[in-house]
Design a protein around this ligand. Sequence first.
Ligand code: CS2
Length: 472
Amino acid sequence: MEAGLQGRLYREPTTAGGIVHLGLGAFFRAHGAIYVAEAGGWGVTGVSLQSPGTRDKLRPQGWAYTALELGPDGEKPQVVTVLRDVLVAPEDPQAVLDVMAAPETHIVSLTVTEKGYCHEPSTGRLNRDHPDIAHDLANPLPRSAPGFLVRALAARHAAGLPPFTVLCCDNLPENGRVVRGVVLELARLIDPVLADWILANGAFPSTMVDRIVPATTAADLDRLEAATGYRDEAPVMHEPFRQWVIEDSFCGPRPALETVGVQMVADVTPYEHMKLRMLNGTHSSLAYLGYLAGHETIADTMADRVFADFVRSLWRDEIIPALIPPPGEDLRAYAEALAARYANPAIRHRTWQIAMDGSQKLPQRILGTIAESRAAGRAVPGLTLAVAAWMRYVSGRDEKSRPIEVKDPLAPRLAALWRDDPARTAQGFLHLAEVFPPALRDDAGFAADLTDALSRLVRDGARASVQGAVDA
Ligand code: CS2
């Protein structure tokens, strides 16, 4: 037993503040929170927007938790003590607004997943029909992340305080611009003067975040306890790699993140495109095709030679040709590093976990590359097969007709689009305006390729279709 570690795990909360984080999932606790802890001088108040589970587990630990690095050659625990408090929004939304509006709060960061911004994935605009947005327009105590941002900024405006910087850490393209757009649109519907004040004084830097963080399992808790001698009810698991690129445009103070490896840059866009299309795009492709082929994790999928060859061909032939590399990045080397990260056998990242919320993820991960490539006359058969695999996956039945537990805000609508006729299935999906841009909806060649890919998937199965794509 290591008394030192245990002493740190069960400790008094930190008193430093400065950051409120909305969406206290495993990703932020394994990524942003660690950078902030290393930079020093700042503390984080975490907010769960849905359930009390994380708060209830962390409270008896004085908000400390273990981040366990899972390397191919072994595990390394680190105790993270940067959280000062955790609030559960549905229990007391006013308490969340109060801490967001407090003078010592300078940054509100977010990891609320793609769907948490209540926007339309294909356009980035606020979805005014979203039930939480309808609620937040009519009530001063919000439910949605945009609602909390707007009502807290309103409280600061009323109190004569400056706005906080809104730091979006979700996998959206130009994520700062997206959250700025939904915040301004919602604010304008509530109070145009407030919207003008946010526009003139607020800051919404875009960021690129990267670290693979598989969901923690009960077995992880026991293994960690056996290794360290203390019981942590809410540890997080992560790979060794990490990257955080932030547009340096804050409207107030910030931690000295550049001293701990965060890249502070003028324009994040090329980094976001590289990461969303090369990492997340292939992650989703492997998730749908791998799941259908019976692979449980990304590492299992990569251990299947056909899939390892397939993902390399996606990078080489379809994704890299459509990218402009960020300054100093070699995209081929980036792809090789990704292949090694995916193959890390210590990371049990389930294909099912990545397959979640595809309707919110596909546009920025895969459809952008497809639309741009087709417009430029480049073929994208592998990514087209991945889109077909998503359609098959969300039908809710796998290749052996067993049910799939599909998690997606559009799940019932998606399942209803599946037909016995692949051409009709493809047409039905392509008319889903939330997901497909008009350029792809109206592209008869794409509809034909998608129909072909669907026919092959149904006839030959996912693995043989992937093999066919590699051999072609
Ligand atoms: C994954 C991401 O679950 C998913 O959709 O693709 O969480 C991925 O692991 C991270 O973005 C890596 O930085």
